[in-house]
Design a protein around this ligand. Sequence first.
Ligand code: TYD
Length: 134
Amino acid sequence: MSLISFMNVQVLGDERGRLNVLEACKNIPFDIRRVYYLTATQMGVSRGFHAHKALEQVAVCVSGGCRMLMNDGSQVEEVVLDSPDKALFIGKMMWHEMHDFTEDCVLLVLASDFYDEQDYIRNYDEFLRLANPL
Ligand code: TYD
């Protein structure tokens, strides 16, 4: 099964431009409790390198692009997010890394819960242990 799952962004458009819609519990599979966005990411910088125990997220580059690596502890897949209609689901227990940010990248993330450092798994060996219990 692929690790890459895109949400069905509703794209409305007319001669004035485009309007992209994501709604909680409709085309986002959870109730949105937090929104954050990464901007001004410096060239050559990679981010992420963690998984979450319970948090679910959807990530979309509303401007520019980046490469997202997804790893569930047994498979690794990569996808380029380079369009406001490519909204990627990042489920719980998914190690993810963001690379190759363009200068104009604005990476918007919708999250199912408030910020909680206790929900992070930042150590890769610990992630592999938890993802692949004996
Ligand atoms: P982190 O999630 O580690 O960023 P990235 O995966 O993009 O490298 O967050 C960076 C720092 O910001 C870390 O100290 C936690 C803090 N933070 C908050 O306080 N609130 C938030 O909603 C987020 C996402 C991060």
